[in-house]
Structures are given as structure tokens and as C-alpha cells.
Design a protein around this ligand. Structure first.
Ligand SMILES: Nc1ncnc2c1ncn2[C@@H]1O[C@H](COP(=O)(O)OP(=O)(O)OP(=O)(O)O)[C@@H](O)[C@H]1O
Ligand SMILES: Nc1ccn([C@H]2C[C@H](O)[C@@H](COP(=O)(O)O)O2)c(=O)n1
Ligand SMILES: [Mg+2]
Length: 191
């Protein structure tokens, strides 16, 4: 049987990764797995042995150790029984990348990285607005500053790594572009 096809979706906090993933799911039949959502779900499970650890990492805008995140991703992939995945918000740092390569390198095919570009001011405005109703413990200015710092220091180098492998497809998710306008560009990447 063919290996599952994976598209990683990266971009700054609030750049619109989740929004575009929803549209890709509707149009192209991918299964959307958000690493952040999987971690929040695990954190909220009272029986989880790593719930408190995840809570602390998320609040500090730090990246949870890959053994936990990649374990959750693989479990969700297997459980879905599907073969085309958008993995949103992963790999976020070198630990994520090496852990993925070790655990999943032989089991899945990374087709490309969809990189959603968006200026920090626009992302900040979106996240603070989302924070009024999201219930997310990290949609506040203190956590957001830490998340941006982690993004710049740890995630941007991962995008560069995939760029060197010519695997990055970049879209403009920024200023004054509605989600539908952004999706018009995204479509080109999937057709
Ligand atoms: N093009 C856009 N124009 C205006 N608002 C947008 C656009 N795209 C997304 N949004 C809004 O911005 C907020 C952040 O979007 P989204 O949740 O998709 O970002 P994200 O990259 O997944 O963020 P995070 O990394 O925090 O999970 C949401 O409230 C969403 O509705
Ligand atoms: N690979 C990942 C993805 C997410 N996290 C943690 C840390 C993030 O700040 C938080 C929220 O992620 P988002 O929903 O904004 O993509 O989840 C992580 O540790 N590792
Ligand atoms: Mg998201």
C-alpha cells in the first residue's frame, strides 16, 4: 500500500493556517490534523500523564517535546484510516523535525510545506480579536510575544530547511486579503 501523503502547514501564530486548512479539507479531501489542537485535547484529558507539562509549554509559547506531539499525530493518522493529511503547525523546531524523520520518515511521504506568510502586526491583531472568544489560554499579548519569539527563533529555520530542499510553497496570507482571496492562491498549490 502507498505511504500516506503529508503536507505540512507552517506560518506565524494567527497567519491563517487553520482557516486555510478548513478550506483545503472541503475542496481537496485532505484530513486536517492540527498539532496544537491535538496537544490541547491531550492537555484537557484528566487521565493524561502529560497534561500539566503540555499546559506549561503552551502557556510559555514553548514547543512540546516531539515524543508527545509526534505520538499524537501518528495515533490520529492511524485512527483516521485516511491517506492524505494536512499537518498544521508541525514541525515547529529541530526537535520536531528530527523526531518526525525518526518516527515517520519511512512511514509517510512529505509532499511539500505550505507556508502562510503574514506580517506580525496583522497576526497580532487577529489573535487578540480571536482571543475574545477562543478560550485559548495563549491568545493574550504575553503568551503571544513568547509564541512569536519561538516562531522566529525555532520555526523560521525549519521553513528555510525545507526551502533548501525546494519543498516550500509560499502564499501571501497577509494585509487586506480575505480568507477566500488567500484560498484562491492556495488552490493553485494543490491543483
Ligand atoms: N485572511 C484573513 N483575514 C482576516 N482574518 C483572518 C484571515 N485568516 C484568518 N483570519 C482570522 O484570524 C484568526 C487566526 O486565524 P487561524 O486560526 O486560521 O490562524 P492560525 O495560523 O491557525 O493561528 P494559530 O497558529 O494561533 O493556531 C482567526 O480568528 C481567523 O478567523
Ligand atoms: N508542533 C507543535 C505545535 C504546537 N505546539 C504548542 C505550542 C504552541 O504555541 C501551541 C499552539 O499551537 P497552534 O494551535 O497555535 O498551532 O501548541 C507545540 O508545542 N508543538
Ligand atoms: Mg491554528
Amino acid at each position: 500500500m502507498a505511504k500516506p501523503r503529508v503536507v505540512f502547514v507552517l506560518g506565524a501564530p494567527g497567519s491563517g493556517k487553520g482557516t486555510q486548512c478548513e478550506k483545503i479539507v472541503q475542496h481537496f479531501g485532505y484530513t486536517h490534523l492540527s498539532a496544537g489542537d491535538l496537544l490541547r485535547q491531550e492537555r484537557n484529558d484528566p487521565a493524561s500523564e502529560v497534561g500539566q507539562l503540555i499546559h506549561n509549554y503552551i502557556k510559555e509559547g514553548k514547543i512540546v517535546p516531539v515524543e508527545i506531539t509526534c505520538g499524537l499525530i501518528e495515533k490520529a493518522m492511524v485512527k483516521s484510516g485516511k491517506s492524505k493529511f494536512l499537518i498544521d503547525g508541525f514541525p515547529r523546531n529541530h526537535d520536531n523535525l528530527s523526531g518526525w524523520n525518526e518516527q515517520m520518515g519511512e512511514k509517510a511521504e512529505v509532499a511539500f510545506v505550505l507556508f502562510v506568510e503574514c506580517p506580525e502586526e496583522v497576526c497580532t491583531e487577529r489573535i487578540l480579536k480571536r482571543g475574545q472568544s477562543s478560550g485559548r489560554t495563549d491568545d493574550n499579548i504575553e503568551s503571544l510575544r513568547k509564541r512569536f519569539n519561538t516562531y522566529t527563533k525555532e520555526t523560521v529555520p525549519i521553513v528555510r530547511h525545507y526551502d533548501q530542499l525546494e519543498k516550500v510553497r509560499k502564499i501571501n496570507g497577509g494585509t487586506g486579503r480575505t480568507p477566500d482571496e488567500v484560498f484562491e492562491d492556495v488552490k493553485q498549490m494543490f491543483q
